[in-house]
Write a new protein. Structure first.
Length: 156
């Protein structure tokens, strides 16, 4: 009986070891497949980057080999610059003054329209209208200087 128990125990342990080895082998095969896929992807990315790098190097080489001519424009006279600048100033200042007057008239008309709208708004509702100054409500009035400082020193 003793022999039979040890044989059965060894068979069970051998079967367990075989199953464990089979599972480990499956795991390692799966890991190996994953690593092969990752290696293929990395190689393809490296090939694309090498192609891009080669394209850039080829473009730089073509640009270096291409010769461009630089044509210098003749310089204008100082007199021509003064005449053109003077004419631009003269016409620009007249047009600028007219435009300034138009903008000024427009802003004053907008201001007048807004003043009319502000007068039409009902200010009796709470929270609408100018906020009271706490200093003037308490009886404290701001000091207003009249005249210059030199005039006050002369009188003193």
């Amino acid at each position: 009986m003793d022999l039979h128990t040890s044989t059965t125990g060894s068979k069970v342990s051998d079967r367990w070891r075989a199953m464990r080895s089979a599972k480990r082998l499956e795991h390692l095969d799966g890991e190996n497949d994953r690593l092969r896929t990752q290696l293929r992807m990395t190689r393809s990315q490296l090939d694309r980057e090498r192609d891009r790098q080669q394209d850039v190097l080829d473009a730089l080489k073509r640009a270096f080999e291409r010769k461009t001519e630089i044509v210098a424009k003749p310089r204008g006279d100082v007199l021509r610059l003064v005449v053109v600048g003077g004419a631009a100033y003269l016409f620009g200042s007249k047009a600028g003054r007219k435009r300034y007057e138009k903008v000024r008239a427009w802003t004053s008309s907008v201001r007048d329209r807004l003043k009319g709208v502000r007068d039409a708004v009902d200010m009796s509702s709470p929270g609408i209208g100018p906020k009271p100054n706490p200093l003037t409500e308490s009886g404290i009035r701001p000091i207003r200087h009249t005249g210059s400082i030199d005039a006050s020193r002369r009188s003193a």
